[in-house]
Design a protein around this ligand. Structure first.
Ligand SMILES: Nc1ncnc2c1ncn2[C@@H]1O[C@H](COP(=O)(O)OP(=O)(O)OP(=O)(O)O)[C@@H](O)[C@H]1O
Length: 255
């Protein structure tokens, strides 16, 4: 039986005179890879930023796994169960790959600051469990050999994998990936596709913004197409690809 993970309706956002989003809504089922596509400036990143609490919407309702949530702050959204990555990678560059994942995992721990300061047995136990789980996640995304390397020394493709591991560390209901293939070469893209497929097989749910249409069409169960802040199509990739409005939107901007 299908289970709705994310239900968003009526999202609008204006920047001064520019209507960046007009009445946008999406509906994602558990285990789906859902794509958000559209020409440059269509409103994809704005939608992601609204969804994850970076921008306050002018209107909209939000429900995650059947519970309403208000995306007022990034940490509230993380607590509700959405983890995201960014178009311009946001890792802690001077920390090791392992430490970067551990930071993500810490959002799920109980001991708190006092436990850390006094290094209580509870804290040490929890810390060991976090390190173990974080190593497993590095293995899962295929970069365990770089566990002790500083994040900034990893290749672009591996840094994106590390961001995904860090997002997974929060045990999210939904993982939102903002252009995960940006800057990747063809081989890295093949590996990324395998990784996203694996994440889906493990019954996770993914929302994806991606410019690489081939990747989107090959990976996504459903897609929504935005153009000038409006939703011009929604459906299975094969249907959407044939939609006249979508073809015109892409041709019109030279895509
Ligand atoms: N913080 C902001 N202040 C003012 N205008 C903004 C802001 N963020 C986005 N916009 C505008 O909103 C519109 C939608 O931008 P957005 O970045 O969401 O598009 P996009 O679909 O993600 O584009 P791209 O594919 O180029 O990343 C654009 O016209 C952009 O200039």
């Amino acid at each position: 039986m299908s289970e709705t993970i994310l239900k968003v309706a009526g999202v609008s956002k204006r920047f001064g005179g520019l209507q960046a989003l007009s009445d946008v809504g999406i509906h994602i089922e558990r285990g789906q890879v859902y794509g958000l596509i559209g020409p440059n400036g269509a409103g994809k990143t704005t939608f992601f930023n609204v969804l994850t609490g970076l921008y306050k919407p002018d209107s909209g309702t939000f429900e995650l796994a059947g519970k309403p949530y208000t995306p007022t702050a990034v940490h509230e959204v993380a607590k509700a169960g959405i983890a995201r990555t960014f178009q311009n990678i946001r890792l802690f560059p001077e920390m090791t790959a392992l430490e970067n994942v551990m930071v993500g995992r810490h959002s799920r721990t109980k001991s708190g600051l006092l436990g850390a300061v006094f290094r209580t047995p509870g804290f040490k136990q929890e810390e060991a469990a976090i390190a173990k789980r974080s190593r497993e996640l590095l293995e899962y995304v295929g970069i365990s050999k770089y566990a002790d390397f500083k994040a900034r020394t990893l290749s672009y493709g591996d840094q994106r994998r590390l961001e995904i591991a860090r997002a997974l560390a929060t045990d999210p209901q939904l993982i939102a990936l903002d252009e995960p293939a940006a800057g990747m070469n063809a081989t890295e893209k093949v590996h990324l596709r395998e990784l996203i497929d694996q994440i889906r097989k493990d019954n996770r749910t993914i929302l994806l913004i991606e410019h690489d249409v081939k990747l989107v069409m090959g990976l996504c169960d459903r897609v929504t197409v935005l153009d000038y802040g409006k939703q011009i199509a929604e459906g299975a990739p094969a249907e959407v690809q044939k939609n006249e409005k979508v073809i015109t939107a892409y041709l019109g901007t030279g895509h």
